[in-house]
Design a protein around this ligand. Structure first.
Ligand code: ADP
Ligand code: MG
Length: 617
C-alpha cells in the first residue's frame, strides 16, 4: 500500500470534504496556466494584444524569475475595473453566451488571478482620455486597495518573485539562460503573428535600463509584405529568400504564410511555426500535415521550415481544449489537413525547378574575402597569348572560347551556342560543357548554372514514374494464397474504413472474421512484402494523422529507388543536345530543383556572385 496516501475507506472515520479557499484554488489553477516565466510572459503579452496595443515592451530579470514587466499602449483599464481584472473568472472578452465564438487570445479570465496567487503582481493602467492612472497590487493572493498612480497611457503589469508563494515550483525552473530563451521564443512566436505591432525585449538583470535582446519594429505594407518583413526579422532573410508565399483556401479555411523550398530543410522540426486564428499552436495534426506535404521531397531525417497561418470562422475551431491554449481542435480535421497538404504541394509544384540559394550562398560566404582588412594584391607574370592558347589546348577548358572547339578534349566537345542564343534566356540557360563526367555547366543571361546530372536525372525519372502511376493507377499483384493477418481490437474496422483508398494503391484487403483481415493483392512494384508489417505501418499512420499515407510513401520510396537505377549514372558523357534536353526537361518538371533526398540538383552563380568570389565587389 502507498504509505503517503491516507487509507481512505478502510478507516472507521469518513474523510472530511472541505471547500478550498480562493487563494489555494488560484494556486492550483496557476499550476496549469503558469508553468514557467515564459508562460507568464505569454499571458501578459496576449492581454496587451487583446487590448489593441501597437507597441509592447517586455523586460525581465534573472530569466523572469525575479522580474517580468510588460508595458503596452493599449486601451487600459479604469480604476474601478482593476480589482475585477484580478479576480478569477472575470473577463471582458466573452459574455459566456457562445464558447465557440472566441475572437481574442484570452477568454478564461484566469491569468491575472493566477499570477497574483503565485507572485507579487502590480498592475498600473490608464484608460485613454482619462485624467489619471491607477494601480493595484496583489501578493500571494492578498489584494491591496487601488491607489492613484502616474502613467501616460496603456498598462504596465509587473510580476516579481514568481513562485515565491509556491517554492516547490521554483525547484523545477531551469537556468536563467534557459528561461530567458523560452521567453524570447514566446515573444518571437507572437511577433510573427502580429507584424503591425512593435516588440522590444530587454534583459534588466544587471541594471534598470537593461540590454535589448530582441526587437522587431512595426512592419508596414500589405499582408504579405508586412509578414515577409517580420519573418525576415525573426527567422532571417535566408528563410524568406528561400520560401514560397502561400495563399490558398478551402471550405472556409484560409492558409497563408511562407513555406521553404525542400533544399532549405532542417535537421529537426525547430523551424516550424503554425498559427490558428493568430494563435501560435503546437499541434500534432498540423505538423503531421506539414510533414506529409514535403514527404516526397525530403528524407525522413530532414524537416521542412515554414511559418503558416490558418484563419477561419472561430466556430470552425475549438480553442478551449488546453489550459495554455497551445492546442486547438478543428471541427473538420480532414479539411485542415487537406488544406495544408494540397496547398503546399501545389505551391511547391509551382516553384518548379527552383532550388534554394543557400548552397551557393553558403559556399560564397566561405570564399568571400574579409570586407575589412587591407585589399589583397595578387601578382603574376602575364603569359603571352600564345602560351594561353597552348594551355587551353593541353587541358580540357571549362568553357570553350570561340574558335577553340577543335582543340578541346572529347568530354567538352560541344557545339557552342551563338552568344545571343535565345536559349541563354531560359532559366537554366545553354549547356556549355560537361566536366568531371557528372557536372553540366550552362551559361545563362546573367550567370552560370552547374547541374548535378545524376541527381537531376534521378528526380526527372521519379517524377515521370509518379505521373505514369497517377494516370494508370498502381498495378496490383494477386497473392496465390491470401495472407491472413491477425490484428488488434478495432484495427480491422479502422483498416476497412480506408480499404477503397488502399485498393487504388494496389493493396486489396477483406475482413476475415473476428479481428483478422485477408490480404489478397499487394502493389506489384513493392515486390514481395511482409503484409503484417505493412498493415501495422498503415495503422500507425492512421492513428497518427487520421488517414494513411504509409502505403503511398512506401510506393514512392520504391519509385525513387527505381528512378535511381534507371537514371544516368555520373560518369556518363553527354552530347550538347542531351545536356540541353536535360536542362529543358528540368525547367518543365515540378520539383526538379531538388533530388529525392532534398539536396539541390543544380546551383546557380550569378555574375555578381562570381565577381564577389574574385573580390571584385
Ligand atoms: P482574460 O485575458 O482571459 O480575459 P486575464 O486574467 O488575462 O483574463 O485578464 C482579465 C481582464 O483584465 C481581461 O479580460 C481584460 O479586460 C483586463 N486586462 C488584462 N490585461 C490588460 C491589458 N494589458 N490592457 C487592458 N486590459 C487588460
Ligand atoms: Mg489573458
Amino acid at each position: 500500500m502507498n504509505a503517503t496516501r491516507p487509507n481512505i475507506g478502510q478507516d472507521r472515520q469518513l474523510p472530511i470534504i472541505r471547500q478550498l479557499d480562493e487563494t489555494i484554488i488560484n494556486r492550483i489553477a496557476a499550476g496549469e496556466v503558469v508553468e514557467r516565466p515564459a508562460s507568464a510572459v505569454k499571458e501578459l503579452v496576449e492581454n496587451a494584444l487583446d487590448a489593441g496595443a501597437t507597441r509592447i515592451e517586455v523586460a525581465f530579470a534573472d530569466g523572469g524569475k525575479r522580474i517580468i514587466r510588460v508595458s503596452d499602449d493599449g486601451c487600459g483599464m479604469s480604476a474601478s475595473d482593476l480589482p475585477l481584472a484580478l479576480a478569477r473568472h472575470a473577463t471582458s472578452k466573452i459574455d459566456g453566451s457562445d464558447l465557440l465564438d472566441i475572437r481574442s487570445f484570452g477568454f478564461r479570465g484566469e491569468a491575472l488571478a493566477s499570477l497574483g496567487a503565485v507572485g507579487r503582481l502590480t498592475v498600473t493602467s490608464r484608460v485613454r482620455h482619462s485624467s489619471e492612472a491607477a494601480r493595484i497590487a496583489v501578493t500571494g493572493g492578498e489584494m491591496a486597495p487601488v491607489s492613484p498612480a502616474a502613467l501616460a497611457r496603456g498598462t504596465v503589469v509587473e510580476l516579481r518573485d514568481l513562485f515565491y508563494a509556491t517554492p516547490a515550483r521554483l525547484k523545477f525552473m531551469r537556468t536563467d539562460r534557459a528561461e530567458a530563451q523560452a521567453i524570447t521564443d514566446v515573444i518571437k512566436r507572437l511577433a510573427m503573428a502580429e507584424p503591425a505591432v512593435s516588440f522590444t525585449l530587454r534583459d534588466i538583470t544587471t541594471d534598470g535600463e537593461g540590454r535589448i535582446t530582441f526587437r522587431a519594429d512595426a512592419e508596414t505594407g500589405d499582408l504579405f509584405d508586412a509578414l515577409r518583413g517580420r519573418l525576415s526579422r525573426i527567422l532571417g532573410s535566408e528563410f524568406t529568400e528561400n520560401a514560397i508565399a502561400i495563399d490558398t483556401e478551402r471550405d472556409g479555411l484560409r492558409l497563408t504564410g511562407f513555406a521553404a523550398l525542400p533544399t532549405y530543410s532542417r535537421g529537426s522540426a525547430v523551424a516550424q511555426y503554425l498559427f490558428v486564428n493568430g494563435r501560435p499552436v503546437r499541434d500534432k495534426l498540423l505538423t503531421g500535415a506539414l510533414r506529409a506535404a514535403y514527404m516526397d521531397f525530403l528524407s525522413r531525417d530532414r524537416h521542412p521550415a515554414a511559418a503558416l497561418f490558418i484563419d477561419c470562422d472561430p466556430q470552425l475551431v475549438d480553442v478551449n481544449v488546453h489550459p495554455a491554449k497551445a492546442e486547438v481542435r478543428f471541427r473538420e480535421p480532414g479539411t485542415a489537413r487537406g488544406l495544408i497538404v494540397s496547398g503546399l504541394r501545389h505551391a511547391l509544384a509551382d516553384a518548379g525547378h527552383r532550388a534554394s540559394s543557400t548552397v551557393a550562398g553558403a559556399t560564397l560566404g566561405a570564399f568571400r574575402p574579409e570586407p575589412s582588412g587591407p585589399p589583397r594584391v595578387y601578382q603574376m607574370d602575364r603569359p603571352s597569348p600564345g602560351a594561353l592558347r597552348s594551355a587551353y589546348a593541353a587541358q580540357a577548358p571549362l568553357v570553350e572560347p570561340e574558335g577553340f572547339a577543335e582543340a578541346a578534349s572529347p568530354s567538352a566537345r560541344i557545339e557552342p551556342a551563338p552568344a545571343d542564343s535565345p536559349i541563354q534566356d531560359l532559366p537554366l540557360g545553354a549547356a556549355r560543357a560537361q566536366v568531371h563526367e557528372n557536372y553540366v555547366i550552362a551559361q545563362t543571361r546573367d550567370g552560370i548554372v552547374i547541374v548535378d546530372q545524376h541527381a537531376a536525372h534521378e528526380r526527372l525519372v521519379y517524377e515521370r514514374l509518379k505521373r505514369q502511376m497517377a494516370e494508370n493507377g498502381v498495378a496490383a499483384q494477386a497473392l496465390l494464397i491470401p495472407e491472413i493477418v491477425e490484428l488488434g481490437e478495432g484495427d480491422c474496422a479502422r483498416l476497412m474504413a480506408v480499404s477503397d483508398e488502399l485498393r487504388l494503391l494496389g493493396l486489396t484487403i477483406e475482413p476475415f472474421g473476428g479481428s483478422a483481415v485477408a490480404v489478397r493483392e499487394t502493389p506489384a512494384i513493392l515486390g514481395e512484402v511482409n503484409a503484417k508489417a505493412l498493415l501495422s505501418d498503415i495503422l500507425d499512420e492512421i492513428a497518427d494523422l487520421g488517414n494513411s499515407t504509409a502505403l503511398g510513401a512506401r510506393i514512392d520510396a520504391v519509385l525513387s529507388r527505381v528512378a535511381c537505377h534507371g537514371s544516368i549514372r555520373s560518369g556518363r558523357q553527354m552530347h550538347a543536345e542531351e545536356m540541353n534536353a536535360l536542362l529543358r526537361e528540368m525547367e518543365a518538371t515540378p520539383h526538379s530543383g531538388q533530388c529525392n533526398h532534398g539536396r539541390p540538383t543544380y546551383v546557380e552563380l550569378k555574375l555578381a556572385d562570381i565577381e564577389r568570389l574574385f573580390g571584385r565587389t
